[in-house]
Design a protein around this ligand. Structure first.
Ligand code: PGA
Length: 226
C-alpha cells in the first residue's frame, strides 16, 4: 500500500531532527512511504521518498513568499499534495488556483497527490459522488498524466474522527476507478485502531495520514496492522 504522511505545519527544527533519526528505525513492512514534512525541513531527510504539501501556482520569479514546484523538486520532493481542503478552508484557495498548482507540479516533475473531498452537507444530501466527480473533471478532464495519485478525503473526516462507513468510501472509489486509472488513497482520521476496518475497503491503494504521521510509535502499529 501507499502511505503518504502529511505533517502539516508541525514540528520545530529540534523535533524534526529527532523525527528524522527515529524514522531511520521505522519498519515500513514493504509499504511505499511518502513523507511530506514542512518544505523547510525537506533537506533534513535523506534516502527516503519525499513529498511537499503545497507548491506555488507560479514558476520561478518575483512571487514573494511562494516556493516554486521546481524549488521543491530541487530540495528532494518527488510528490506534492495538491488541493488539500485546508488550503481552501484556511487560505481561501480557489479551484483554479489549485489547478495552476497541479500544472506547476507536473511541469517540475512532481507527482501530484490530488485531494478531493465532499462536505458534511453534500454527504448528508447524498451529493458525494456528484461533488467528487465534478472536482475530478475540473482538474483532469482532457488530461492524461503519466503519474498521479488521487486522495479521497471527506472534508468532515479530517482531524475529527468522523470516518464514513467502508461501503460509502467504496462507492466513491469505484466511481473514481470507473473514470480514471490512477491509484486512490483514503484520508481523514485514519489511525492505528480504525485501520483494521479501513484496510478492508475494496480497491483501495493506500492512505493519506495526517495526525498519526506525527507519532512514529502509533504509525508503526498502523503499518504492522496493514
Ligand atoms: P488526519 O488528516 O489524518 O489528521 O485526519 C488527514 C489529512 O488532512 O490529510
Amino acid at each position: 500500500m501507499i502511505l503518504a504522511l502529511n505533517h502539516k505545519s508541525h514540528f520545530t527544527k529540534e523535533e524534526i531532527l529527532k523525527y528524522v533519526e527515529d524514522y531511520k528505525k521505522f519498519d515500513s513492512k514493504g509499504h511505499t512511504m511518502i513523507v511530506c514534512p514542512s518544505s523547510c525541513y525537506l533537506p533534513y531527510f535523506e534516502d527516503i521518498v519525499l513529498g511537499c504539501q503545497d507548491v506555488s501556482s507560479y514558476p520561478f520569479g518575483s512571487y514573494t513568499g511562494s516556493v516554486s514546484a521546481e524549488a521543491m523538486y530541487s530540495l528532494g520532493a518527488r510528490f506534492s499534495i495538491i488541493h488539500h481542503s485546508e488550503r481552501e478552508k484556511c487560505f481561501k484557495e480557489s479551484l483554479s488556483e489549485s489547478k495552476k498548482k497541479l500544472e506547476q507540479a507536473i511541469k517540475a516533475g512532481l507527482i501530484p497527490i490530488l485531494c478531493v473531498g465532499d462536505t458534511k452537507e453534500e454527504h448528508d444530501q447524498g451529493k458525494t459522488l456528484e461533488s467528487i466527480k465534478e472536482q475530478l473533471s475540473f482538474f483532469l478532464e482532457g488530461q492524461s498524466y503519466d503519474s498521479l495519485l488521487i486522495a479521497y478525503e471527506p472534508i468532515y473526516a479530517i482531524g475529527t474522527g468522523d470516518v464514513p462507513e467502508n461501503k460509502e468510501i467504496e462507492k466513491v472509489l469505484s466511481m473514481i476507478k470507473e473514470h480514471y486509472s490512477y491509484p486512490v488513497l483514503y484520508g481523514g482520521s485514519v489511525n492505528e485502531e480504525n485501520v483494521l476496518l479501513l484496510k478492508q475497503i475494496k480497491g483501495l491503494d493506500g492512505f493519506l495520514l495526517g495526525g498519526i504521521s506525527l507519532d512514529l510509535k502509533a504509525l508503526q502499529t498502523l503499518c504492522d496492522r496493514l
